[in-house]
Design a protein around this ligand. Sequence first.
Ligand SMILES: [Zn+2]
Length: 467
Amino acid sequence: MNPFLNPVSSIPLLRNYFFDTRRLNTNSSEQIRKYRNKMFLRTLQYADTVPLYHKKYATAGLLLQDIHGIEDITKIPFVSKPDLVAHYPNELLPQNYNRKNAHLVSTSGSTGKQVSLYTDLSIFIGGIGALVRTYDQLHLNWRTSRIANIGNFNPNMADSTAENLFYSKASFVYGKNTRFSINAFLPMKEIMAQLDRFKPDIIYSYPATFFQIAYYKRKGLGEHINPKAFLTGGSLLEPYTRAYVEETFRCKMHNVYESVESLGAPMAFECDEGTWHINYDFFHIEAINEEMRPVEKGKRGHIVVTRLYGKATPIVRYTGMDDWVAISEDEECTCGLHTPVLKGGVEGRKSDSVVLPDGRVFPAASFASLYSILNDLKTRKVKQFQIVQKKLDEIDILVIIDEDLRNVGPSLDVIFEKIKEIHQKKAGPNVQITVREVQDIPSQKGKPAPLVISHIRPEKGYKVIDE
Ligand SMILES: [Zn+2]
């Protein structure tokens, strides 16, 4: 049955579509503050009916009447990834919840244990404004543009759940034949052929997938793949990939920050000015340190997420996202939006950080520095790369070379020497850096290969670099 044939779900969808999208442009900051508090208190009341949260709050002695608004959020216990795992499947929904309406959604499990939680239509309908806002701010029409989503459509992945629960049924909102989905893990030439037939205006995918598409475009494939914009998420977009893709298509890439927990709605997105705006009327984002205390404003910390809308499994002070962020509370951007922002974007997963013998920890984005080298040398012959930290004092930089460009421009010796030099400078003399050419860099389970793989876990006492 299509739930949108029923006005109970289609009317809120349309209302949210029109009103939520524009909220940050039309409401005063005082109105938004009140709205956030109302949504937050409502979310908290709901969370308290879910056994996982109810038990946590009872154990902590938390009384909901002591919470008057978001300013009291630090009194509320955190919920971690292991908490979700331990309380799955029976304690992630209210006892009286009609399970027929809930759909399971899982993380890819590419880093550690797979986490599963429940979503439902209220989460899609509630978050539609955050999604459409991203397109609006980029001057793209969400309804009429031809959008290709190259993602993970295996069962229970965010993309496939979104497709089954929402997109396959909500086509009355957007134009006919304007949506196309394909699995990112199919052979690349097949993806190219299908995209070429679809002729997308907008492509949404992982950074690594865009790199591959751009690579084949440079080789003459995909004549009709000439989009107006790229939206990317799911992993870190580093500057070399960005330059490689944007130069190939003469088309800009924009980061959207989403996760299984935010299903369908970006927590933040990058506007035309390169600012990462937080959709703070949909999500409350905090940054904490290793002692689980809020970091100073603007300092780098570990992300904590609260979703301010929707039912199914609530997300309140959730620490399981594993990303580094620095939040600046009050930023006026030339794009016209005035929101808290993620300073410098999301800097990679905590588990993908580079840890150095002197105690410094580099998020992936601030360690990988190939872009400046390859730009200075004016070469695009690197087809893919990855930094692998094998030991505290041993780092390999793996590089795949574009065969057609192997003998064009600066020699591999020069390039590898420069790559080694810049990373040696960052890591210091006590770390052995080896730059190696390889033929393949394997994907992770259900996700493209990450920029950094670290076999070292930062322990207490390590200082995160904040530069
Ligand atoms: Zn902006």
